[in-house]
Design a protein around this ligand. Sequence first.
Ligand SMILES: Nc1ncnc2c1ncn2[C@@H]1O[C@H](COP(=O)(O)OP(=O)(O)O)[C@@H](O)[C@H]1O
Ligand SMILES: O=P(O)(O)O[C@H]1O[C@H](CO)[C@@H](O[C@H]2O[C@H](CO)[C@@H](O)[C@H](O)[C@H]2O)[C@H](O)[C@H]1O
Length: 483
Amino acid sequence: MSEAASARSRLTADRAAGIAPLEPILRAWLPAQRWFAGKGRAISRLTTVSAADLLPPGSTPGLLHVLLDVDGDCYQLLLGLRPSLPPALAPALIGHAENGPYAGRAVYEALGDPRLAAMLLERLRSPGVLGPLRFDRDPATPVPAGLTPRPLSGEQTNSSLIYGDSFILKVFRRVGPGVNPDLELPRALAAAGCTRVPAPVAWYEAEPPGGEPLTLGVLQPYLRGSDDGWQLALRRLGAGEDFTAEAHALGRATAEVHSALAAALPTVGLGPEQTARLAAGMTARLAATAREVPALRPYEAGLRGAFDALAASRGTGVAAQRIHGDLHLGQTLRTLDGSWSLIDFEGEPARPLADRRRPEPAVRDIAGILRSFDYAARSHRPFAPAWADDCRAAFCEGYARTTGRDPREDPVLLRAYETDKAVYEARYESRHRPDWLHVPMAAIRRLSEPARPAHRVPPTLPAPGALSPHPHPHPKPPRRPLA
Ligand SMILES: Nc1ncnc2c1ncn2[C@@H]1O[C@H](COP(=O)(O)OP(=O)(O)O)[C@@H](O)[C@H]1O
Ligand SMILES: O=P(O)(O)O[C@H]1O[C@H](CO)[C@@H](O[C@H]2O[C@H](CO)[C@@H](O)[C@H](O)[C@H]2O)[C@H](O)[C@H]1O
C-alpha cells in the first residue's frame, strides 16, 4: 500500500467530502508548485485524505488544512478562503470554488496571508488536538504571541515562514506516516546537548487512529543574520578568497553532529552481506536514473565500477548510524558568532521515509559536502578545481580532527558514496534544474573512469591555521595501491 493510501485508510476524513469541489482547481495548480514531486506527469488520481477547519467554520478569512493523495503521494496544503482577495494576496490565488460549501469563495495559499500565518503560530503556541491534527511544543522554550510572519523566499523543497526574525516554521509538503527525521533528529540532538542544530520548539502532526503520526510542520529558532554555507562559499570564490578555514570548521561541526547522533541513536556494524546490499541499492539507483536521464547512459558501466568495488570490499569495519541524509552546503548555516549549524535533516526528499530513517554510513553526508564544493567551483567562471580540492581536503581534515578518522582512509566507500550522490544529483537536476545538469555530469565523467591509486592520508594532520594558500596547499602524499 502506498504511504498516502495507508494514511487515507486511517485518517478521519469527515470534512473530506466537503472539499471535493475544490479538487479540480487544486489539480490545475499543483504541477506548477516547486515542491510538487510529480512534475512533468499528468495527474491521474487526486483525492482528499483529510480536511480540517483550523478556524471556526464561517470565519473570514477561513483556514482549511488539507491532506491530498495525488497519484499515491500525500501532500499537505493550507488553504485560505475569502469572498474576494485583496490585491496584496493576488499572487497567492489558487482559484475560485464554484460549488460545494465554499462556493463563490477565492481559494488561496494561506501561508501567503499574514493574518492566517499568524493564526497558525497561535495554534502552535497552544498544544492540543484539532480534528486529525495534534499540536505539540517544548514547554521549556517560550514562544511569544504576535510575532510578525513573512514567507521565506527562494527555492525550497517545503514551505517556510519566519516569525519576527525569531522562529522559522517549516511546513512539510510531501508527507508520509512516521516521524519525519527533520523533527526526530534535531530533537534527539537537543536532548543529547548538541547545539550544532536548532532545537524544535513546536511541531504538529496528523494522528491517524492506531497508526503512525505524519509530521506536518516544525517550528525552530531562526538563526538571524546567519550565512548559508552555499552563498558564503560562492561569495568567497567570486572574490578569489580562500575557504579552507571554514571548510575545516565545517568538517569539525559535521563530525560533532555525527558523533552525537551515533551516541544518541542506534548504530549497526555492516558485514559483507549488508555492504553488498548497499552496493546493490546504489547500482539499482544508477540503472533507474540512466533510464530517466539519457545523458547518463554512456557512463553507466564505468560508474558501476565504484559500486562493484564497494561490494567486493566486504564491508570491513563500516558502521551505520543515523545521519543527515542530504547534506550539502545549502544545509549549513554560519551563524553570527562564526560557528556552523546544520539544518534540514529530512534526508533526500524523493526517498521513502522508511529508507531515510535507516542507519547508513556517515560517509554519505561527507560525500554530500564534498560534492557541494565541486558544485561551487563549477558555478564559478573559470572553473576553480584547486579551490574545490583544497576545501575537500580541509573538510576531511577537520572531520578527522574531531573523530580521529579521516574519511579519505576509506577511499572505496567514499568513492561509492560520491558516485551515488552524483547520480542522485543528475536525476535531481534533470527533474528540477536542467540548466545545472552539466555540474553532476562533469563528476559523473570523472567517476566513470577507473579509480586512480588512492593517496595516503598524512598520519599527522596539519593544524587548521597551517593550511597554505592556493595553488598547492597540501603536500602531495605518497601513493599506495588500491586496497
Ligand atoms: N533555523 C534557521 N535559521 C535561519 N535560517 C534558516 C533556518 N532553517 C532554515 N533556514 C533557511 O531556510 C532555507 C530552507 O530551509 P530548509 O530546511 O533547507 O527547507 P527545505 O527542506 O524546504 O529545503 C535554508 O536554506 C535557510 O536559508
Ligand atoms: O531542497 P534540498 O535543500 O533538500 O536539496 C535538494 O536541492 C538542492 C539544490 O537546492 C540539491 O543540491 C545540489 O545543488 C546545490 C547547489 O544549489 C549543491 O550545493 C549540492 O551539492 C547539490 O547536491 C540537493 O541535491 C537536493 O536534494
